[in-house]
Ligand binder design. Sequence first.
Ligand SMILES: [Zn+2]
Length: 373
Amino acid sequence: MQIGTAESEPGELVTGWLDVTDLPTGTPERLPVLIAEGEESDEEGPTLWITAAIHGNEVTGLAVAQDVMTDELAGEIRGTVVCIPNLNPAGLRRNSRTSYYDDEDPNRYFPDPDAESARPPSVQQLIDERVFEAFADSADALVDLHTAHVGSMPFLIRDRVLYGEKRSEDDAHELADDLEAIVDAFGMPVVNEYAAAEYTEQSLQRSTAGAALNNAGIPAFTAELGGHNIVEEGVREAAITGVRNVMRQLDLLPGEPDPGAVGPDAPVDFPVKRAVHPHADEPGIARHRVEPGDVVSEGDVIAEICTPHGDRKTTVESEHDGYVLGRMHGVAAYENDPLASMAVRDDGELVVPRDAEEGDGEEEADGDGEGDD
Ligand SMILES: [Zn+2]
């Protein structure tokens, strides 16, 4: 297999670069590539892709990607592992989430067959398309490593599988089953992605994992490995075990996955989905009354909103049962600012028609446009 200048060799870990655009300053923008290929070089073995740090400050993911790709890995596996530890060099250079090409979220421009634009694609979109072409051709599964909020607990995001013109409902169920197997194998709490309407409204079908899953039909998920900006050592270690569990589930590595060895355990035992919730209905200084991992019932106070002098103006309660994934950064709450990222009870289906209206009693979309994961 060849990805950029990295050409796989049986029994070897090889490295190289994938050029994704030329910079105005005369050098190529290039992504680091590592490929571990099993000894046997058997074509039948599966190919797992590991990608990370498309948000340049999500560095625990970067460290996990680097550390999974050991010199010994090629000697252990049957099949191939391709790894790009940093999908966003421009973000990494300045230790920030976005690239500086256009300062937009690089994880929202992967190809979506239904996306139309009257304007030519931006450089970020072209880069995402080039990465997509590389994995869509070769991946049997993909794990995209991220981090979420300051102090966030680690969790996994399982996207819903969309069906319609381009995928039958049966195929969508099969894909959802394959996805469930690798998500469960990893071993961190699983949070279902927003319902279909909010998912596409937020362009999440154009994230790395979203496009792999819903465009290329590859089982793929996003791992949120704690908070930004520093490598969280405990999460790093757990996630390496998680990724190797996925390799076991795919029969890349021998033996059964041991999800119980990863953790943390899910705080509740009912299915949950991601929700940016609740929102401040009055501006002020937010003083949270919950922490990541806290189990919350409908009506529980998530935060108080105070005046600059410290007097309580109002309290903001959860409208859902679930648990807290992370608190929003900062305490300055403007009107309708979100206060937390939560995992809330999910009664929705995991396989849904692509143009679904929110017809199953869902509340209206609760998100805001600002991604943080
Ligand atoms: Zn991210």
